[in-house]
Design a binder for this molecule. Structure first.
Ligand SMILES: Cc1ncc(COP(=O)(O)O)c(C=O)c1O
Length: 483
């Protein structure tokens, strides 16, 4: 048997996951017992004084005291000073096992020395930016093409958000059509047209504060996995300007929080072909985390355009890019004096030498070390351990993973939907708060998660790291009401 290429060793039983989630969201909440939660909050008071002082002061200058949407702010944010491998240390000297991994870009482990050294060489020789061409731009684009042959050409940008904006523009330029269809609940960054149907399917403009109606006029969402709904939209759009693109997170919205059946992406591909729409894979999370061929390699589906972010610079700044079919990407041709009709994109710091060298060596190292597969094994071990804890204490919680993307649903807030709007509106606040409490509880035990419900694993997560983390998860999960 050849070497395992992808992080997913076994595709999750999607029907079983949804059946369990249905049971979870029907049940009353099972938060942490009040007496236990009080002890966890005490940790912050006793052990995190400097974090508190710094972030309290930051609140005078920075809204809410934190800049990152994934940073905890309950009971208050933690300030991090050091990162190495599987661990983070805060400014009070407390150590945490890091399952946030900065939101996904780090598969090699934090602050991985071989990449850092290459970045330092380039900084020393030409600084972080010149605005002119650097050889590492070519090296990175060629490497991506080698791993993902569907990415015939690549244009680097500043973030995943920018790359999605660019993809929409290229798709409209190329197809001369208007509508962009996304899956309800999926995240494609925060551009005006994409803050639509965020987090909870069916919510359309619920989070579109500050965004004029016109900006989302041509954005549409369909309910996760509902291919008939997608077809209906494609049909009706034919008379309303046509569909320029269908954009999906290939493992399912919010990094697989609602996992897709294995054949979903292929069926979307077929629908796009039938209706002349481009298929855009948002591989900001899956790109290289699932394996060097990304989700497109794993599922064996060729998108027209691919969105990159996060891993494309191995956790270094300016992580974004869009790549794909030569004829579509050529609409971006840059440089002074470009000819013909072109879709205008840019960015002073985009494709700077620092980002390109970091991406190039991070990807090379990921391939050399087989990091995506090793991280995936860590994800399997973590998930199996969590499932055993859930069973041991007869909890209604749901744990599953797609390789190194691990989900632990305890409050189910992300799994509510507007098919049942009254229930959702009634429960959203308490379910959100429970998630905040779970995140704070894990943190007090030395575990950093993504919003209390997701964990990204990396190559640095050895069996010992995972087993130690599981002991801590057990402390928290055995302290919920009714155990
Ligand atoms: C699937 C997906 N698309 C797009 C983005 C936006 O990327 P960025 O934060 O680099 O703008 C994210 C960010 O988390 C993401 O997860």
């Amino acid at each position: 048997m050849g070497k395992q290429q992808y992080a997913i060793s076994e595709y999750p039983d999607v029907d079983d996951v949804y059946a369990r989630i249905k049971i979870l969201t029907k049940q009353p909440l099972r938060p942490i017992r009040r007496d236990v939660m009080a002890q966890y909050l005490e940790y912050f008071e006793q052990k995190c004084a400097r974090s508190r002082a710094l972030t309290d002061e930051a609140k005078q200058y920075i809204p809410g005291g934190v800049q990152h949407n994934l940073a905890f702010n309950y009971p208050f944010p933690i300030a991090i000073e050091r990162a190495d491998g599987a661990y983070l240390w805060d400014v009070d000297g407390n150590r945490y096992t890091d399952f946030l991994q900065a939101g996904g870009p780090i598969v090699l482990g934090s602050n991985y020395a071989p990449v850092r050294e290459k970045v330092m060489e380039v900084i020393n020789s030409c600084g972080p930016v010149t605005g002119l061409f650097h050889e590492y731009e070519l090296k990175l684009a060629k490497l991506i093409n080698q791993y993902m042959p569907a990415v015939e050409m690549f244009r680097m940008l500043g973030s995943g958000t920018e790359a999605v904006m660019a993809a929409a523009r290229a798709a409209r330029t190329y197809t001369k059509k208007k509508k962009i269809i996304k899956v309800g609940g999926a995240y494609h960054g925060w551009s005006d047209q994409m803050v639509y149907g965020l987090h909870i399917p069916g919510t359309s403009r619920m989070e579109a504060t500050g965004i004029p109606r016109g900006a989302t006029k041509h954005t549409q969402e369909f309910f996760p996995n509902d291919l008939s709904a997608l077809r209906r939209k494609l049909v009706t759009n034919r008379l309303r300007g046509g569909t320029a693109a269908v954009i999906v997170e290939p493992v399912g919205p919010e990094s697989g929080t609602r996992p897709v059946p294995f054949e979903f992406n292929q069926k979307v591909r077929e629908l796009c072909d039938e209706f002349g729409a481009l298929l855009v894979f948002d591989e900001v999370v899956t790109g290289f985390r699932l394996g060097m061929g990304g989700a497109q390699g794993y599922f064996g589906v060729k998108p027209d355009l691919t969105i990159f972010g996060k891993c494309v610079t191995g956790g270094y700044p300016m992580a974004g890019g869009v790549g794909g079919r030569r004829d579509v990407i050529m609409t971006f041709a840059a440089g002074i004096g470009g000819t013909g009709e072109r879709a205008y994109i840019g960015g002073t710091l985009s494709a700077n030498p620092l980002s390109c060298v970091a991406g190039y060596y991070a990807l090379k190292e990921m391939e050399r070390t087989n990091a995506p597969v090793i991280a995936g094994r860590a994800g399997d071990r973590l998930t199996k351990g969590l499932q055993a804890i859930i069973e041991k204490y007869s909890l209604p919680f749901v744990a599953y993973n797609q390789g190194s993307i691990c989900h632990l649903e305890t409050s189910g807030v992300m799994l509510l939907d507007l098919k049942n709007p009254l229930k959702t509106l009634k429960e959203i606040k308490s379910r959100k708060h429970m998630l905040e409490e779970m995140g704070a509880a894990y943190l007090s035990q030395g575990l950093i998660t993504l919003a209390g419900s997701r964990m990204y694993t990396s190559m640095a997560d050895t069996d010992e790291v995972i087993d130690e983390a599981l002991e801590k998860f057990e402390v928290v999960l055995s302290g919920v009401e009714g155990v």
